[in-house]
Design a protein around this ligand. Sequence first.
Ligand code: IPM
Ligand code: MG
Length: 358
Amino acid sequence: MNKKYKIALLPGDGIGPEVTCAAVSILKKVASKFKFDIIFKEAVIGGDAIDKTGNPLPEETVNICKESDAVLMGAVGGPKWDNLPGELRPEKGILGIRMALGLFANLRPAIVYDALKSSSPLRADILDGGLDIMVVRELTGGIYFGERGRRMKDGCLSSFDTEEYTQKEVERIAHVAFKASMKRKKKVCSVDKANVLESSRFWREIVINVKKEYPEVELMHLYVDNAAMQIVRNPGQFDVLLTNNIFGDILSDEASQITGSIGMLPSASIGYSTLGLYEPIHGSAPDITGKNIANPLATILSVAMMLRYSLNEDSAAKSIEQAVIKTLDQGYRTSDINASGCTIVNTNEMALRVLENI
Ligand code: IPM
Ligand code: MG
């Protein structure tokens, strides 16, 4: 009897459905090659869910995700829903499902593939020695979930958002980062703004404490402004970047650019159980929606992360990663990563090329 996995599919908005469809074809292929069965269950999220149910995260979607072994998501958001109040925006769907599933850790690997070196905006000498950074972003705390509102201050209308972390929240994300680094180069750089923010000083104290349990790991701290600069000045110095929700959001987009395109970066959102949510870090890209030109590789690589972290199918994960490298080496490119002498392919063709290489 083959093993059976239940996967919840949340295509979402914009290019979300196109890239998830491409990634599902890859998942089906590795399932048949590595002899496991997949039962897909599709659910609505984001703007799509608002249009169909009036709610960016219907309860049914949460239930389908909770009953699954893993969740594959496309993207949420778009100009159509931009003027809705905060509570009803498509983004509430993704923030809500991260919280509902307890996915406090977000892993965002930024790797420069040899074949894509010329697509990176950084000079070749800066990328010498390759680049492989793992951003470990706290995902269910901080300013994203802190107290917020509007109020009168000094006779004037004002607004506020709050950055707040409990000791437990910082400890558990720090453990994720140190554990991840133990399987890598054993280097963690914790990013904060401890020269200004009390929440960052607290963060730093806790990270230093947790580090005592990982004597082999080298820990350094950078202020976020300096980290943003170092990522483009000397990215090779980094192994694991540990940071809070909002700094991680910003720095992972920055790191993605070094790899050539945001269309290359997968992500895994995980918690205490093996149930995780996997999504490309790019957004819904309304400007290219429906054109079949989006780069599906970030979502395809997210499937590889799903196989590794939630389904414990490491060989299947590796076969996808190797197929992606081979496809890039063969010169196939979506337009976001195109370079001279390469063959431009659309979303479906790129998926097909990867599929043939598995
Ligand atoms: C991301 C996105 C989300 C975030 C948005 C869509 C809410 O930018 O996953 O990085 O800020 O977390
Ligand atoms: Mg982001």
